[in-house]
Design a binder for this molecule. Structure first.
Ligand SMILES: Nc1ncnc2c1ncn2[C@@H]1O[C@H](COP(=O)(O)OP(=O)(O)O)[C@@H](O)[C@H]1O
Ligand SMILES: [Mg+2]
Length: 314
């Protein structure tokens, strides 16, 4: 295994202020002690329901969120400090794609300027060279050349996400954090964007941190997956570990929530879903401590960790 970036005991707590003096009275534990490693050329999936801390984790990795404690080690350096990121040219190596390309792509700029922006920040190209490079980038996400002089609103949601991918790839990064990149798209368009992302990964030997609330979406993208709940990981493992041998009740619930397209299995799926829900109602307390907090992860197999009480003896 060849690691690209390692996240150690990452915590991001937001202060909650209240009262007349606007004092800090409590904290939101948005991310509360997560550890994981993204390998070179691989895709790491971060999955959990809304509010579990996925975006906060992703933003910390690209340097958009101030970290409360913990470290993020890239090329031997802790990039949680802005000065270190600057010194390393970290922003060239790590890029982000957002769910909502309508608001993440500047509506007043032409596609040429949007995609060229990272190039202008990090490389000195002539106008000619720049245009050539942007055309290449459009081509790898399956967009025609005449997109160059258009504006984001002239494209469909799926096309805009592809433009977002092209911009993220422009600086030739090592890692792209993709935060729900296809969640706003129709199923058929989702598949198309994911295929482009996969192809680009192979071509550029990229790593992805792929964030989603839907275990169905990440299945064909991810090599490794962590399941997040209330700022903590309830389970992590290879794709096979998570899909064929889920251990935590929360993971099982997410799996049973994947929409079933095949009508022949619908009844079986419904029964399965009811069984998981029943187990959850009966045994929920075994999976969280008295404050509802997720336990620390313990080894289930060499590749598979689960957050269980009693060091996994249950
Ligand atoms: N700037 C902020 N200030 C206070 N709380 C925040 C802020 N950003 C996110 N949160 C809270 O942190 C938690 C995690 O949010 P987020 O990382 O966006 O979750 P997800 O991406 O999994 O939906 C949520 O409870 C959210 O309300
Ligand atoms: Mg989010």
């Amino acid at each position: 295994m060849s690691e690209l970036i390692t996240i150690n005991d990452l915590k991001i707590h937001y202060p909650i202020r209240s009262g007349f003096f606007n004092l800090v009275t409590d904290h939101v534990y948005a991310v509360d002690g997560v550890d994981f490693t993204i390998e070179k050329g691989k895709t790491y999936g971060l999955v959990g329901e809304s509010g579990s801390g996925k975006s906060t984790t992703g933003k910390a990795i690209v340097g958009l969120e101030k970290v409360t404690s913990g470290s993020i080690i890239y090329d031997g350096e802790d990039i949680t400090k802005a000065a270190t990121r600057k010194k390393m040219n970290y922003n060239k190596d790590v890029q982000m794609i957002f769910q909502d390309s309508m608001s993440s792509l500047n509506p007043k700029k032409r596609v040429l300027d949007i995609i060229a922006e990272p190039l202008r920040n990090f490389e000195r190209l002539s106008d000619q060279e720049e245009k050539k490079r942007v055309k290449e980038l459009l081509d790898i996400v399956g967009m025609p050349e005449d997109a160059l002089y258009k504006y984001p609103h002239e494209f469909s949601g799926g096309q805009r996400q592809r433009l977002g991918v092209a911009r993220a790839v422009a600086s030739n990064p090592k890692l792209i954090v993709a935060d729900e990149p296809v969640s706003a798209l129709d199923l058929s368009v989702q598949a198309q964007v994911l295929n482009f992302m996969k192809r680009i990964q192979e071509e550029y030997k990229l790593s992805y941190l792929f964030i989603s609330h839907d275990l169905g979406v990440v299945k064909h993208m991810c090599d490794n997956i962590a399941i997040m709940y209330k700022g903590r990981f309830v389970e992590m493992g290879t794709r096979e570990d998570i899909y064929t041998d889920p251990q935590h009740i929360y993971t099982k619930r997410l799996l049973s929530a994947i929409p079933q397209i095949d009508v022949r299995n619908r009844d079986a799926h419904k029964a399965q879903r009811r069984a998981v829900e029943k187990e959850y109602q009966l045994h929920q307390k075994d999976y969280y401590d008295e404050n509802g907090r997720v336990y620390d992860l313990v080894d289930h197999t060499p590749t598979h960790k689960v957050a269980l009480n009693n060091g996994g003896v249950n």
